[in-house]
Write a protein that binds this ligand. Structure first.
Ligand code: ADP
Ligand code: MG
Length: 479
C-alpha cells in the first residue's frame, strides 16, 4: 500500500529545511485549529519526504488520514505553498510500517469461519473443543433498516458517522480508534450507527464475527453465568469476537462486578487487536460510578460525540424518511416538523409516522393544517423552552430600545414599559419565579416584577395595541 514518494534530494540540509518547513506549517495549523483539534488529528502526522514539487506526509491510521484529507488537507497545502511556491502535490499516506502489517496478519489468522449476522449464518457454532455455543444468545437482533445508507449525515454527527463507517469498511483494527466511544443524548443515532456497522460487516465480510449487545444484556448474561457457576462459558463467548459492540454502557456504571468483567473482556479484546465499539449517553469523563482505570481506558481510542440536531439535519432526515413512504408528504409539512420537533430524531420520526398513519387510516390528505391538529398534543409538550434572554432580545428589538436598557436603572417610560413587557413575558413563558426574574433584570426585587406583571395585565385590557404586541411577541418566541 506504500507507493513510494518522489525521491527527495536527499542531502541532509534539504531534509533539515523541509523538516523545518513542516514544523512551521504545524505551528500555523495549531494556531488556526486550536490545541484540541491539533492534538487529535494533526500532531500524529509525520513528515516523510519532499522534493521541490511534492511533499509527503504520513498518518498513523487510515481513519486519521481520511479525516485529515477531508478536513485539513487544504490548509496544509496552503501553508506549505507559502514556503514552497513550486509545490504541486501533497501526498498523505498511511504509515503502513511493519507493526501495522503484523496486526493485520495476526488478525486475519484469528478469524474463524463463523458468522452470526449473515442471514444464512449458523445459529450455533462448533467451538474448538467441540462444545456448541449458541451465538445468537450473545448477540441482540439487528434491525435491517438501521443501515449507513439510511443514516443522514450532518455536522452534528459527522465525526461519529465517519468513524463508524471506517470501522465497518476496514478489515483490520484501526489503531487510533480502538475503542470507538460514541456518545450523545437519547435518540440521536448511536444505536443506529452500531447496527449499521454490524450490518455492513455481515454483508461484506461475513466470516467476521460481530457481536452487538446492550450493556444491560451483558450484565444480565454475566449475572446469570455467575449464578450458574459458568463464567468460563461466558468468557468464551466473547473471546473469539472480531468486533464487539456494547450499547449504553452507562447502565453498568456503579455495578461493580459487571464493570470488572466488562473491563477484563474489554482488555482481552483490545490486546488481541479486536475492534471495540462502545456507546453511552455521556462522555467517558462524565460517566459516574465507573472506576477510574476503566474510565480512562474507555477514552484511549477515539471519542466521538453526536450533538443535537440542526434544522437542516432534521429536515434531511424527514425528507429521506418521507421518500420511503408510499404517501406524499408536502414539503411544508416536513419543514414544519423539522422546526417544531427539535428534541431528538426518534421523536421526529414518531411525529412523521403518526401523521402518516392517521392520514392513511382516515383517508385524509396530509396538509399542514391537518398535521397541526393531529400533533397538537405532542407540539404543546415539545414546545421550545423560551429563555429570559430570548425574551429580552425580542422585546428590545420589537420596541426599539437597547438590550442594556432591560437591566438599566433608567425609568423613562419609553424604556420602563418594554422592560415591564419583558418581565411579564418572562413570567408567562418561562418557569422562573418572580425573584429569579428580578435577578435577571439587573437585580430587581420580586415586587418590582410582580408590579410589572399586574401593570401589563391591566394595560392590555384598555390598550389594543399593547395586547397585539404581547400576542405577537408570544407567538414569535414560541415558534
Ligand atoms: P440512540 O441510540 O442515540 O438513542 P437511535 O440510534 O436509537 O438513538 O436513533 C433513534 C431513531 O432515530 C432511530 O430510529 C434512528 O434510525 C433514527 N436516527 C437517528 N439519527 C439518524 C440519522 N442521522 N439519520 C436517519 N435516522 C436517524
Ligand atoms: Mg440507543
Amino acid at each position: 500500500m506504500n507507493t513510494p514518494l518522489t525521491p527527495t534530494t536527499s542531502s541532509t540540509t534539504a531534509t533539515a529545511t523541509t523538516q523545518a518547513i513542516w514544523d512551521r506549517t504545524l505551528a500555523k495549523l495549531r494556531f488556526r485549529h486550536g490545541d484540541a483539534t491539533f492534538n487529535s488529528w494533526i500532531k500524529p502526522l509525520n513528515f516523510k519526504s519532499a522534493s521541490a514539487t511534492e511533499f509527503g506526509i504520513s498518518a498513523p491510521t487510515r481513519f486519521i488520514r481520511e479525516w485529515v484529507a477531508t478536513h485539513y488537507l487544504a490548509d496544509i497545502e496552503t501553508y506549505l505553498k507559502e514556503e514552497m511556491p513550486q509545490l504541486l502535490r501533497v501526498e498523505l499516506q498511511v504509515a503502513s510500517d511493519n507493526t501495522n502489517a503484523a496486526v493485520t496478519q495476526d488478525h486475519e489468522t484469528a478469524i474463524k469461519s463463523e458468522a452470526i449476522y449473515s442471514g444464512a449464518g449458523p445459529a450455533a457454532v462448533q467451538k474448538d473443543d467441540g462444545k456448541l455455543v449458541s451465538l445468537e444468545s450473545v448477540s441482540s437482533p439487528l434491525d435491517p433498516r438501521l443501515t449507513f445508507e439510511n443514516f443522514v449525515v450532518g455536522k452534528s454527527n459527522e465525526l461519529a458517522y465517519t468513524a463508524a463507517r471506517s470501522i465497518a469498511d476496514s478489515s483490520s483494527v484501526m489503531g487510533g480508534s480502538n475503542p470507538l466511544f460514541l456518545y450523545g443524548g437519547v435518540g440521536l443515532g448511536k444505536t443506529h450507527l452500531m447496527h449499521a456497522i454490524a450490518l455492513h460487516i455481515a454483508k461484506t465480510r461475513p466470516t467476521q464475527k460481530v457481536v452487538y449487545l446492550s450493556a444491560e444484556k451483558f450484565m444480565y448474561m454475566f449475572i446469570r453465568a455467575l449464578r450458574n457457576k459458568d463464567i468460563m462459558t461466558f468468557k468464551e463467548q466473547f473471546r473469539s469476537v472480531d468486533v464487539l459492540m456494547i450499547d449504553d454502557v452507562q447502565f453498568i456504571c456503579g455495578k461493580d462486578s459487571t464493570q470488572e468483567e466488562f473491563f477484563h473482556t474489554f482488555n482481552a479484546l483490545i490486546d488481541n487487536h479486536r475492534q471495540l465499539v462502545i456507546s453511552a449517553d455521556r462522555s467517558p469523563n462524565n460517566l459516574e460510578g465507573l472506576e477510574e482505570r476503566i474510565r480512562s481506558r474507555l477514552g484511549w481510542g477515539l471519542v466521538a460525540d453526536i450533538n443535537s440536531t440542526t434544522y437542516e439535519l432534521r429536515l434531511g432526515i424527514l425528507q429521506s424518511k418521507a421518500e420511503k413512504l408510499d404517501v406524499k408528504v408536502p414539503a411544508e409539512v416536513l419543514e414544519f416538523l423539522a422546526q417544531k420537533i427539535t428534541s431528538n430524531v426518534r421523536e421526529l420520526e414518531g411525529a412523521l409516522n403518526k401523521v402518516v398513519a392517521h392520514g392513511k387510516l382516515l383517508g385524509r390528505e396530509i396538509t399542514l393544517e391537518y398535521t397541526q391538529v393531529t400533533l397538537s398534543d405532542l407540539l404543546r409538550t415539545s414546545q421550545r423552552m423560551v429563555t429570559v434572554e430570548d425574551i429580552k432580545k425580542a422585546v428590545a428589538d420589537h420596541c426599539n430600545v437597547r438590550l442594556a436598557d432591560m437591566h438599566s436603572e433608567r425609568r423613562a417610560r419609553y424604556i420602563a414599559r418594554p422592560r415591564q413587557m419583558a418581565m411579564y413575558l418572562s413570567k408567562k413563558l418561562t418557569p422562573h419565579s418572580l425573584p429569579e426574574i428580578g435577578r435577571k433584570f439587573g437585580g430587581r426585587d420580586h415586587t418590582t416584577v410582580m408590579h410589572a406583571v399586574r401593570k401589563i395585565e391591566e394595560l392590555m385590557v384598555q390598550d389594543k395595541e399593547l395586547e397585539n404586541d404581547i400576542g405577537l411577541l408570544t407567538r414569535m418566541l414560541q415558534s
